[in-house]
Ligand binder design. Sequence first.
Ligand SMILES: *Cc1c(COP(=O)(O)O)cnc(C)c1O
Length: 489
Amino acid sequence: MERKVRSHPTQNESLLFEISSPGKKGYQLPDLDVPPLDMAAALGESNVRREIEGFPEVSEVEVIRHFTRLSTWNYAIDLGVYPLGSCTMKYNPRVNELVARLDGLAWAHPYQPESLSQGAMEVMAHLERALLEITGMDAVTLQPAAGAHGELTGILLVRALLEKRGNPRRRIIIPDSAHGTNPATAAIAGYQVQNLRSNELGGIDLEGLARAVDEDVAAMMVTNPNTLGVFENDIAKAAGILHAKGALMYMDGANMNALVGIARPGDFGIDVMHLNLHKTFSTPHGGGGPGGGPVAVKAPLEALLPLPRLKRIGDEWAWDYDRPESIGRVRAFYGNFGVLVRALAYTLAHGGNGLRNATVDAVLNAVYLRKKLEAHYELPYSSPNMHEVVFSDDRQAKHGVRTGDIAKRLIDYGFHPYTVSFPLIVHGALMIEPTETESKQELDLLADALIAIAAEVESDPEMVKSAPHSTRTSRVDEVTAARRPKVRF
Ligand SMILES: *Cc1c(COP(=O)(O)O)cnc(C)c1O
């Protein structure tokens, strides 16, 4: 079969400023049949907009075509695989959107009285029950708006529990493979970060942990499977080491797509964890939200959860604000409700076995990619991977080509890049997470592109280093673009 490579639509697009010509307008109106009004007199001088200097003068169809063409340059999960590791960029089933747009849910207002909010409250209660079943925990808050916000909520809960027990303690242990939000969370919650070096398999070093834990350690924050995509086989033992010294085990649940329906954190010693609804439970993400970061806890932390909490009075739902030990609100109202609706729709549309299948397929897809690519890219940790796989650019670096160059070349093949240079314990990391939603054909296209690039690195490294070649702009100064964006022509 001929190998199909997606090509970009032409990106030879002018700026609106460049096609502007004096006097062109987006509309043409008949002459007024009433006397013209003096705007400044009617509205007040300060309320009337002055002419904007240099504002482009273009027709309506020029504007529409310009923005429609720009929109086709956008890479999206609806266009093809989005292999960003750690991000779980899975396809978002349309049924979620359908349910989230139901009038009664979409137009629900948080100030509606409880008597008119029973359906919305039942959605939240139902989602809570589903998440408790999936995680094996005892109670959950749906308030946090994303993963990092869930982490902060979780560590504030840890602090509150330890304070209640007499001493909030001072340190939080975080492995060197952790996501950057983990140490940021610990610091914002007022803790010192103690780095724990991973063992040679990339996992928790139990002996190192035992040496590090004392009565001043509040908790350990661990991602499982970790950011190498490897399951922490010793997680229960690690939790035991912490518990023996009165410390807690926090799990960053961003990688729950590898566990749902298979293993429950509540069964392997986790005290508190967050979920990323926009990752595992398929809310569209990227571009800054909205997201959902529910935090699930074991019973000793339940009284501390953010308020209000749902409670049942007779056969009605009510909000309970009478929770004296609560850490307080972490978000206006009840969290990002639309995201909660999507997560419940996703969960119910799959059912228990369907969720389990999704997990198995996510792992199968990542293992398939590993098998196809390991002859071409260096695999620094050989432990069996789960839902994602991390290569390094060691072989390509010998030709002066780094992970960022390979990622840029992937754009020429019509794919969104993988995650570049994370986790930090792998020098020159290529982190790939296909998710369960990709077909074998799509995975083969991605693998073929990466294999072709590995060959190009041998034959023509300079070409790879100057990629992408198919886009309007090739290499941008990413730092200056972020720090000092120039948005005017
Ligand atoms: C995505 C991610 C986070 C942060 O979650 P946000 O929802 O982006 O705030 C934390 N840890 C890991 C491992 C992640 O992949």
